[in-house]
Design a protein around this ligand. Structure first.
Ligand SMILES: Cc1cc2nc3c(=O)[nH]c(=O)nc-3n(C[C@H](O)[C@H](O)[C@H](O)COP(=O)(O)O)c2cc1C
Length: 171
């Protein structure tokens, strides 16, 4: 039997299709701009980096308004969203300039914006920024945070879903 030749793959399409099949947790990463104002964006590029020291990695597009705050600021906060917070994910994935007027937040150490009512928060001291192509890879050492039980928000095939876990009254 003759096997028909496989068409040359469209690598961009393959990349998008395969990455969209990867179910990810969703985080909002916040930082402080040089003038002290809060910045933040939704990411799925967050991951645990090492346990010693406890650290996380996040990748930030150079075109984001939050780029300078996250790549040069001393600290950032990564907020793990719970299943009922797709609206927060959409807000921080938008180009709105009033994101922080639409959520409840406080300042950690009188400077870093930290969102309230999250599934988890890790406050990080930025220890490394590597610019590679049109993104920066930022590594932060976890210095503070909080965590509670609940279902995480999951992003899969361009949609938001409830992740596994035991449902709680607050989601
Ligand atoms: C589910 C999802 C995941 C995203 N992940 C990232 C990411 O890992 N890194 C990134 O730079 N942008 C990511 N984005 C895009 C930013 O959230 C978006 O560009 C945002 O408008 C940036 O906000 P800013 O310009 O106020 O910083 C993601 C968007 C969505 C919807």
């Amino acid at each position: 039997m003759t096997v028909p030749p496989t068409p040359a793959p469209d690598v961009q399409a393959l990349f998008k299709a395969s990455m969209s099949a990867l179910a990810s947790g969703v985080a909002v990463v916040t930082g402080t701009a040089a003038d002290g104002s809060p910045r933040g964006l939704t990411v799925t590029s967050i991951a645990s980096y090492s346990a010693h020291p406890p650290s996380v990695i996040v990748c930030v597009d150079e075109t984001c308004n939050s780029y300078a705050a996250l790549t040069t600021g001393s600290h950032f906060a990564a907020h793990l969203l719970h299943a009922a917070q797709a609206d927060v994910a959409k807000l921080f994935a938008s180009s709105a300039t009033d994101k922080f007027d639409q959520v409840s937040w406080t300042r950690w150490d009188d400077r870093l914006p930290v969102l309230n009512d999250m599934l988890g928060v890790v406050v990080c001291r930025r220890i490394s920024t590597t610019v590679l192509g049109d993104h920066a890879i930022v590594v932060g050492e976890v210095v503070d945070g909080s965590m509670r039980e609940g279902q995480p928000l999951v992003y899969w095939r361009r949609g938001f879903y409830e992740g596994p876990g035991i449902a709680t009254e607050s989601g």
